[in-house]
Design a protein around this ligand. Sequence first.
Ligand SMILES: *Cc1c(COP(=O)(O)O)cnc(C)c1O
Length: 459
Amino acid sequence: MEQRFNAYDLSYWEPILSGGYAQLLGAHQASLSSDHSVLEPKSIPDLLELFKRADSDLPQDLERILKYSNHLHHPGYMGHQVVPPTLVSVFAGLLSNYLNQGMAVSDMGQSATVVERKVVLEMLKALAWKDGDGIMTSGGSLGNLTALLAARQAKSQAWQDGNLKDSCVLVSADAHYSVDRAVRIMGFGEAGVVSIPVDEHRRVRAGALEGVIKATQAAGKNIIAVVGSACTTGPGVFDDLPAMAKLCKAYDLWFHIDAAHGGMLLLSEKHKRLLRGSELADSMVIDFHKMGFTPALTTTVLFKKAEDSYATFAQDAAYLWGDSDFEPWTQSGLRTVECTKLMMGLKAYANLFWLPRKELVSMMDRLVDQTKFFASEVSVREKWELLQEPDVNILCFRLKDVADAKQYEALKKLVDKGSHYWVSTKVDGKFYFRITVMNVFSELKHFKSGLEAIEEFVS
Ligand SMILES: *Cc1c(COP(=O)(O)O)cnc(C)c1O
């Protein structure tokens, strides 16, 4: 007997999904016009209770989900580095989910493979890495691990023989924690993370790096890679990449750049100077879901030399790839941790090729320019101080003469109020408000009203 499944039936789902679509668009419009809170704080146990109710259906659940999410398209959203995605990249994400291409082998993702290729080539072009290659993977954290695995294989036969004794990676303490994790995942242990001191602007500079290289080599350790940040996550600082690249060349060391946050600026005439020196690196990670305006997770790992990209897993996977006569780049799974992988490239492709490039770039420029504008607003206010002038769209600032605990309390009140979503960080043990301007709708008035609300909360 023929069975009927509603799960794939358009006539069944069309009215329900159209309703859901209308709810979503309504929420989007309300976000843009600040008609609701950025974030309506609610305790997780309370939310669990709410979701336990027996009347769960799509419209009601959707209402709760929308109400109790952080609204990234709201101009008061200036918190973390996650971006409000463009509508066209959201559509690309939907398409990617529907098609659900496996991608590990090319016949499970022919167009997906080509779309990813175009994205990778576009970014290689921006770096002028003519003999380079790259892949896309699920996030900057996994991207850093992928690149460092290739570095390890380039400097040893670790895939076959295990780690060289006393292997280590040199990186500043301000780098994203995923680098530290990647090193420990590779089995180098705590001693495998050798810290490069930063200068007074929290930047790695040549002198400090050379000292650490010499000391580490003198101690008989095997340096697998040096990692530079473009930029660091906390204060948003770009290391001195040209100087680091030069030293790595002189000492024959692998230079990896974690440009998860700032790498997209390679496409900006106005701001690409921040990435000067990156063309001299061996590998680089860029997140499109940060300054590339795509939904997560959409990351590329790029290698200056194409063959290095195959070093990550110097592994024989004959059952998948053994007998076919293919170009190796067409088989995604050869070079990624993922076996099954969504058509993530399409989300980046959408913004790179379906959005006018000029618009994409001016959106990126806007984030940086607005942040500098906000910084000057902090500077002219007596009561406030900046950690330092911003390199990019991350800004740290604090009230001069107010105790840390009181500032932290005020931040909590600001978030509870629902008008703003800001976060905080600690630098040298001191509290700072931290904003990342990821939203092109965040105007000076939104920033000012945040400062003024904080002033009121502490008075
Ligand atoms: C965000 C970030 C990461 C982590 O990337 P995910 O995509 O969140 O895994 C790594 N490094 C830097 C510098 C970052 O800003």
